[in-house]
Every structure is written in C-alpha cells, then in structure tokens.
Design a protein around this ligand. Structure first.
Ligand SMILES: NC(=O)c1ccc[n+]([C@@H]2O[C@H](COP(=O)([O-])OP(=O)(O)OC[C@H]3O[C@@H](n4cnc5c(N)ncnc54)[C@H](OP(=O)(O)O)[C@@H]3O)[C@@H](O)[C@H]2O)c1
Length: 400
C-alpha cells in the first residue's frame, strides 16, 4: 500500500521497524535512515526472510534539512516516522514541508542546549502544514501517545466532562544493573532530573524534582513508589480536554535508581553544559550516556512487567464516574517477539500504529496535531491487534 521512511535506528526504531514489517500489507516498502548506517543494516539483516516488506537503508544526518530532503525525494515515502532524538524534530518537519510528506514522531522538540521540552516550537508549524495539505502527528509513542488516545477514548465514550486525570507510568522491570535507563539515557535523565509540574485550576504548579511521592499497587507489578514529573502530554491535554481541573503524571522509580541519579547529579555528570577535557569539549551527560548500558541491549536481561495508564474522573449524565484504562506489558514476552524490552516495545508499537493511521488515511487532517485530537477508536482497536491490549476498571483506587 505505501512507503514509510524511518529516521533513527535505536531502541524504539528497532521495535517500530519489526512492527512495520509485520504489517506488510500496509507498509510495502520502508527505508531506515540514521546517523550510523551499520545499525540500519543490522536491523535489515534481522528481518531478512521473515517479512514481505522491502527494506532499504541509508545514512543521514537528521540535523541537516538538505540531506533529509534528498533522501525523501529519492525514496518518495508517504510518511516520515521520526524515531531519532527530540533535537531533530524541527529539521525533519522542515524537510517534510519542503517535500510535501506527512510527519509522525514520539517526542516533542527540545533544544540541545536547554533541558526544556515544549510544544510551542512544533505547534508554530501548524499553518504551514495546513497550507501544504500534510499532517504532522505529534507524540505517537506510549506517553505521550497511547495516554492521549486513552483520554480521548474516555471523553468520547464515558464522560460528558472530564475533571481529573492522573497518568501512571509504572515499570516493574528488573535488568539486573545497578543503574541503567530504559530509553536514550540523555533524554531520560534530562526528563527525570527536571523540576516537576502539574496543571491545576488553569495554571501550572511547579514542584522540586521528585518532591511529590505516592505509593500505588499496580496490577501485574505490585506496590511501587511513584513520583510526580512534568511530562509532555500534560501540556496538550490541558488544552485539548476541555473543562479539565487537574492533570498530573507519575512515574515509578526504585531507590537504587534515585540514589545513583542523585550522586551523578551531585558530581556534575548529568550537566548539559560543555566542559573542556584534555583539550576537547565534551558534554558530561553525553559522556555518561557513552558509559551506561545501551538501552537497546537491556532486552535479554529484563524481567517483569510495565503497567501504564490513566485514571480519569468526571461526570456522565450528572453522575460521578471514575475510570482506569491501562496496558500491562511483559518485558520477556516483548523480547521473545521482537528482541527488545517493554519500554521500547510500548513506544515502537504505537509509533507504527500512528504511521498506519496516516498512511491509510484513517486519520486525515492537514496541520499539526497532538494524538488526542483524532478519533481514538481505530487506534484503540489497533492496540489490541498489534500487541498492546488494554484493560478497563470502573472502580479504580484513586491517587490522593
Ligand atoms: N513517547 C514515548 O512513550 C517515548 C518513550 C521512549 C522514548 N521516546 C522517544 O523515542 C525516541 C528514540 O528513543 P530511543 O530510546 O530509541 O533512542 P536511541 O536508542 O538513542 O536511538 C536514537 C536513534 O537516533 C539516531 N540519531 C541521533 N541523532 C541523529 C542525527 N542527527 N541524525 C540521524 N540519526 C540520529 C541515533 O543514531 P546512533 O545510532 O548513531 O546513535 C539512534 O539510532 C526519542 O526521541 C525518545 O525521546 C518516546
């Protein structure tokens, strides 16, 4: 049916490419293009003989719009799936505009020199995408991504008004290392060492990093400590879920992770300010990334489950409703299927589904949109079909 250009060949890309290749009827040809071509070739090699999808590979510096434009003109994809890093979002969007091709990503733009992710830079492309008649689907991973679809689904089917949303992201997996991150260490550490914040009564309330802690008993995992973080979907959901009074995001962390992180912070290893070492400029957090385990290698050692979902409260026909919708994903099952752990899996599957919604025209809306702005039903159906089945609970334990 169509062609997809995937940018990036890391942990998330590896899963998405497996899933694109399981879905050969929709994705007849794909190109995997990334900074290190050998990683794209290795991925192609893994899928040899087990897919009907034709796979091409290429080297590209996704910070370079002209290089991207050339690859797009040459391969002529229907959609570009950006699975590189948030720093590349704008260059890839520029290349899509120049070539008139749809765009999908899983993380919002973040300037490399400032640890601050916000949608304003990508939302500023809205009119240009509208005029070009192409769609940019922002945040088609799990969180952001499925969490936004869950909220849109709840709004469509169960509520007249949604007042409170708590997004709970639990990783009960154990990889056996004292410290490792489950996706790109640089992006992950920038996210969790930032100040927390949540939306309440029309404004942002800021907290110190890890200031607010709760304990929750997650199905499939058990009791875990979780901490309030700022997370990117809060920004768009606070606008797109009309009448929302409060929205928060919690993520679980073990004590060992937090102790290591604090220590690395205290000695300056998580800094993004360049320093000069033996005559060469290095950025401490990038050096740290180089010595930490590669998240795409964690799959074979990780046991346990993830449980990510949304607890939503509001009103239907004048009655108070509480609703919990969540997915449980097993690290070892993911590894058996695609050779990756569940964090990459829970991001790569919705990335494929987002690209499918666009390429098949099921979601058709020129402009720049967050995922909750589309009809959630076909996406929810696809989650069940492609490996991330969800469950519902109408009497959830709420977070105080
Ligand atoms: N929404 C969600 O739920 C969610 C969850 C997890 C992650 N994410 C996002 O998913 C994305 C990928 O994460 P990941 O864990 O897969 O990261 P990763 O393993 O570090 O992979 C990133 C890939 O991008 C490539 N890349 C980096 N800079 C590039 C450039 N200038 N040009 C071309 N390619 C470049 C890297 O190339 P090399 O191989 O040469 O390093 C690597 O292959 C990130 O944006 C992350 O924030 C979203």
């Amino acid at each position: 049916m169509g062609k997809c250009l995937v940018i990036g060949a890391g942990g998330v890309s590896s899963v998405a490419v497996h899933k694109l290749c399981q879905n050969s009827e929709v994705f007849t040809e794909i190109m995997v293009a990334s900074r290190t071509k050998s990683k794209c070739d290795a991925l192609k090699e893994k899928l040899k003989g087990i897919t009907k999808t034709k796979i091409y590979t290429a080297a590209v510096d996704a910070n370079n719009v002209q290089e991207l434009v050339e690859i797009i003109r040459d391969f002529k994809p229907d959609v570009v799936l950006n699975l590189a890093l948030p720093y590349q979002d704008l260059a890839i969007m520029d290349a899509c505009l120049e070539t008139g091709v749809h765009y999908v990503d899983t993380a919002n733009y973040e300037p490399p020199e400032e640890a601050k992710f916000e949608y304003k830079w990508q939302w500023a492309y809205k009119e240009r995408f509208e005029k070009a008649g192409i769609t940019a689907l922002l945040g088609s991973g799990f969180d952001p991504g499925v969490t936004g679809v869950f909220c849109a689904y709840a709004m469509k089917h169960y509520f007249d008004e949604i007042h409170y949303i708590d997004i709970l992201d639990c990783n009960g997996g154990d990889h056996g290392y004292p410290f490792a991150t489950n996706f790109n260490p640089e992006i992950n550490i920038r996210e969790v060492s930032a100040k927390g914040s949540y939306w309440e009564k029309g404004e942002w309330v800021e907290t110190k990093p890890m200031e607010i802690k709760r304990v929750y008993n997650f199905e499939g995992v058990g009791e875990k400590d979780m901490y309030l973080l700022h997370h990117e979907e809060l920004e768009s959901l606070a606008i797109n879920i009309k009448g929302i009074k409060r929205i928060r995001f919690f993520m679980t962390f073990g004590q060992s992770y937090l102790t290591h992180l604090k220590c690395l912070e205290n000695v300056g290893m998580t800094s993004i300010k360049p320093i000069v070492y033996e005559g060469r400029e290095i950025i401490p957090i990038q050096f740290l990334k180089a010595v930490l385990p590669d998240p795409s290698e964690l799959g074979s050692r990780t046991k346990g489950k993830t449980n990510i979902g949304c607890i939503i409260s509001g009103i239907k026909d004048g009655r108070q409703i509480d609703y919990y919708v969540y997915n449980i994903c097993d690290h070892e099952e993911c590894f058996k299927e695609v050779g990756s752990q569940a964090i990459s899996y829970t991001t790569g599957v919705p990335a494929m589904i987002g690209a499918m919604m666009i390429i098949t025209g099921v979601w058709k809306k020129p402009g720049v949109y967050n995922i909750e702005e589309f009809d959630p039903d076909p996406f929810m159906e696809a989650l069940n079909k492609w490996g991330l089945p969800w469950k519902e609970d109408f009497k959830p334990i709420k977070v105080e």
